[in-house]
Design a protein. Sequence first.
Length: 207
Amino acid sequence: MSDAARPSLGGEAEPLHLIDCSPLLAGSSVASAELAPFSVTSQSDGELLTANAQLRVDRTNRGVRIVGNVNGLQEGSCARCLEPASAKIATRLDEEVLEDRFAGGEGERFGRGNSVDVGRMAIEGLDLNRHFVLRCDPPCPERCERCGAAHLVRECPERELDPRLAALGRLIPPAEPAIEPPAEPAVEPAIEPLAERLVEEDPEAKA
């Protein structure tokens, strides 16, 4: 049996799966009842949660105790490729629902006619174990940060600057040209005074 959460006319979600605990409350403090397995679905933050629950209800001296296992499925979009993705989740329920005379603070209380919405409890239990980020399984290819296609950024054919970022580029001051150290003057080879040597070696020049 499957129940789905539907918004009521008052804006609040209708009960998902109600049980009547009056027979247990009227019996002894050691009474217990196994619930038939049930399934419920509910939307949470744009994702679909499906809970399959198998629970037991035990009588306590203050109310009843809901115990059992909940297995479910979280369905949404992959955070990487935005394609549909899903993940299995599970939780263990162990909560006490109190009569008004014993309830205090924000403890769980009975609804109208000693009813308990175990469907809502199952969904809330799964929601606490919900994956913060859904991804494909097996993993999908990495998405390009430039164009969003299924390839690496370094393989993207669109290598030009995104026009939406052009305004940011104008805010960056231009890089100053690098200042090179002055070049050292070239060392010229010594010029031998050949004219003086020629004068000394030419006797006619001396006369």
